[in-house]
Design a protein around this ligand. Structure first.
Ligand code: LAC
Ligand code: ZN
Length: 477
């Protein structure tokens, strides 16, 4: 077990038995899987957390199924962990209290693609890559592109406020969620948000639900803002001596007003991993920058030329390669998209972080990361969304004896990030993975306010318990 499970109240056996009977009676046996194999498949996500075996997995086929499940579980005091594709990186979809897993992956309709109002109305189970394809076939564009886009789903993207490489220009999922249909624990359905460009009535409840990691409500429908598909895209790959030189180049590009849609950095250790996985990475490179510009053809071409000049004249650059067609662009991206899998093969254990610092502090973050790896004797590699100051620091080790040193290195990374004016998570959420560190960044008053908000939505604490917040301090008897 790489990540310790939080200390959460577990449901009583008789309540679970009654819940299984009530769910099957209401939804039908085919939607309520209580088999051991069926339930075991829902104990993990793509983080290193393993939950407790759920008593049942509800495979909702409609918003009404979601509503019924949340009503029954609430009445019987059974915890519910919502889940779409389960590709999350922080344990958000992991059932730490057992109970019921509520899968919304079958709510997979693209109900509307509206070219006049530039929006899409989709179910939470739509695969993000399928939405990309559906939009692009209509000349539309849904920019958020988490690297798991081939399998991740909109419901999870919205719950975690997912990012991705294109966030540098286009922003993260939050910028595209106009409104949601959401079901509360207990079964009440709410429709915060809008279909309009503007809208300021009441509190921005939609914004509160985006990134709430499945702790406040379960999405049954999402209304997403779209943009027009940019007709031209150019990709550049710059080879650098080292990551510090690449980081300085990122800062210079941003300062000089370049707005590529992606600006991704890979450090020396990352390139070692890529070469080990068979990717043809130039042996001279000690770091890579992947830079992609888009827009109308004339504007994109000008941005491409400017970026090319800036990269070619950056101190420490070795070479700049260019891709103008889709096939050569795919080649440049293939290695980046495959990184997570390639690093997993390097060692027996891996923990991956997604810290963010202000763009101007990127080089300091990279220096601090290297130093803390050396100090604790922990191997690490770093890559990610450099334009956003958002880096994936991956710690790798092979024996359980090394785990305490890894824990110290991670805590040092969190402290260094906060000291640089940054934040613990840029795109994967807190979940169970980062809950122990939340108090390094947020005051006890701010954490208490959020717990109180959670209690308004879910007074019995049954929806996705054990996530985000550190375990409460034990009260004196
Ligand atoms: C990536 C995922 C891990 O950027 O967020 O590869
Ligand atoms: Zn990422």
């Amino acid at each position: 077990v790489l990540l310790a499970l939080p200390d959460v109240p577990l449901p009583a056996e008789p309540a679970l038995t009654r819940a299984k009977v009530a769910l099957a009676a209401r939804l039908g046996d085919s939607k309520v899987d209580t088999s051991r194999e069926g339930c075991e498949r829902f104990m993990n996500d793509e983080s290193e957390a393993t939950g407790r075996l759920p008593a049942a997995v509800v495979h909702a086929a409609s918003a009404e199924d979601v509503r019924a499940c949340l009503a029954i579980a609430h009445d019987l005091g059974v915890p519910v962990t919502p889940r779409a594709a389960g590709t999350g990186r922080s344990g958000g979809a992991v059932p730490v209290a057992g109970g019921v897993v509520l899968a919304t992956s079958a709510l997979a309709d693209v109900k509307e693609l509206n070219r006049d109002d530039l929006l899409a109305v989709v179910g939470p189970g739509v695969v993000t890559g399928d939405l990309h394809a559906a939009c692009e076939a209509e000349g539309l564009f849904y920019p958020p592109d988490p690297n798991s886009w081939k399998s991740c789903m909109i419901g999870g993207n919205v719950a975690e406020n997912a990012g991705g490489p294109r966030a540098f220009k286009y922003g993260v999922t939050r910028e595209y969620v106009l409104g949601v249909e959401a079901c509360l624990m207990g079964g009440e359905v709410l429709r915060p948000g809008r279909r309009t460009v503007k809208g300021v009535t009441g509190y921005d409840v939609t914004a509160l639900l985006v990134g709430s990691e499945g702790t406040l409500a379960v999405f049954t429908e999402v209304t997403l803002r779209l943009v027009r598909k940019p007709p031209a895209v150019f990709t550049l790959l710059a080879l650098f001596d080292d990551a510090a030189a690449a980081a300085r180049c990122v800062s210079a590009l941003v300062r000089d007003g370049h707005v590529p849609r992606c600006l991704e950095l890979m450090d020396r250790e990352t390139l070692v991993a890529l070469r080990a996985s068979g990717a043809p990475v130039d042996p001279r490179a000690g770091a890579l920058l992947l830079c992609e510009v888009d827009g109308h053809p004339a504007a994109a071409e000008e941005a491409f030329e400017r970026a090319g000049e800036a990269l070619s004249s950056a101190p420490g650059v070795l070479e700049v390669q260019v891709a103008q067609d889709a096939a050569s662009r795919d080649r440049l991206w293939a290695a980046r998209r495959a990184l997570s899998g390639a690093t997993r093969k390097l060692a027996k254990y891996k923990l991956s972080e997604d810290v963010v610092v202000p763009r101007s502090r990127l080089e300091e973050l990279l220096v601090a990361t290297r130093a803390l790896g050396d100090r604790h004797g922990v191997r690490n590699l770093t890559y990610g969304h450099a334009g956003d100051g958002n880096m994936h620091v991956n710690f790798l080790w092979d024996t359980p004896e090394e785990r305490p040193a890894v824990a110290r290195a991670i805590e040092d990374l969190m402290r260094a990030t906060v000291a640089l004016g940054g934040t613990l998570s840029g795109e994967h959420g807190v979940g169970v993975a980062k809950a122990p560190y939340l108090a390094l960044e947020q005051s006890s008053g701010l954490i208490r306010l959020q717990r109180d908000l959670k209690a308004v939505f879910d007074p019995r604490g049954l929806l996705n318990p054990g996530k985000i917040f550190p375990a409460p301090p034990h009260r004196a008897c």
